[in-house]
Design a protein around this ligand. Sequence first.
Ligand code: 1HN
Length: 357
Amino acid sequence: MTSQRTIATEEDRQYYDTTERVRLKPGWMQGEGQPMPTIEPFLWRWQEVEPLVLKSGELVTPDRDVERRTLRLATPGLDRGTTHTITAALQLLLPGECAPAHRHTPTAIRWVLKGEGAYTTVEGDKCWMEPGDLILTPSWTWHDHNNEGSEPMIWLDGLDVPLVRYLRANFYEPYPEDQQPIVGVAESEKRFASGALRPAWEDHEAPYSPLWHYKWAKTEEALHSLAEIDASPFDDVAMEFSDPATGGPVLRTMTCWAQLIRPGVATRAHRQTSCAVYHVYRGQGYSVIDGQKFEWNEGDFFVVPPWVWHEHANPTGQESILFSIQDIPVLKDMALYREEPYVENAGHQPVTGLFRG
Ligand code: 1HN
């Protein structure tokens, strides 16, 4: 169907000149318009990333030169962000350094990769960072990072910046001091220690999880416990970090998953309107994304774009654990979430290429 009209007469010409002058755009003259920028699946190797993260420590210093020392995972096809909704970056904080307190309307998550002796303060609550911990910095909460240890601290930052910018709702405020006052230590964690029981006298109205710190030991225990009895055919032993007050996702714009891919498992392919940024927390395996095989090792990162077939496999004899940040809550809240299973070939895509980066 083509609805485009041509300019045939002088009367037409006058009409279109006038619409242009008064800034009206005839929809029937628009043609195909601009194609959406595509997001390619991509993978970053820790082997290549880690030395560059460590080297960044010699180039810039937080507080002195920059607010945060971060390296963004820059997916081909995008000028900003890691996907059209999520930006993911690696942040390095050296011993004795402070990334000064500020707050912004974009929401952030930290997924701790390496190091010890550093903490993030979120609204006065001091959260010690250990590898495998998930720490939330919900929209407009004060946060600063401090390394009081003797090792470099590295974590993955995940923010909804591209979405918030698109919605023109990006606000930012620096705190008057480098560090905000510490009101308590691990308080949000202590309030919700079991992950299921919560203080009975409190109604929680905030549009995000009141628990801000999910410790690795509990995440790992939950994965192994679920693995004893059940798994998803598409994602194997996949668990969503949940808000203890609602049971829903921890944030309104992003959700976080921890996923155990058991030895020998090859999941079935599916596709969703949501997208994801993955980190290989443990083990080895591969994902087939849009027919391309992405072999991953511990520490690697990869992107699954929206509406692209993907499946994960662990052909090794050891367990693999994936962490991911996904924009599912936005799509679901807007009634735009769709999911489709790949039905041919017993749920597995034909592999047409190997990603070499
Ligand atoms: C930010 O505030 C942090 O607070 C990290 O550590 C990464 C990327 C874009 C915008 C703000 C942080 C960020 C960021």
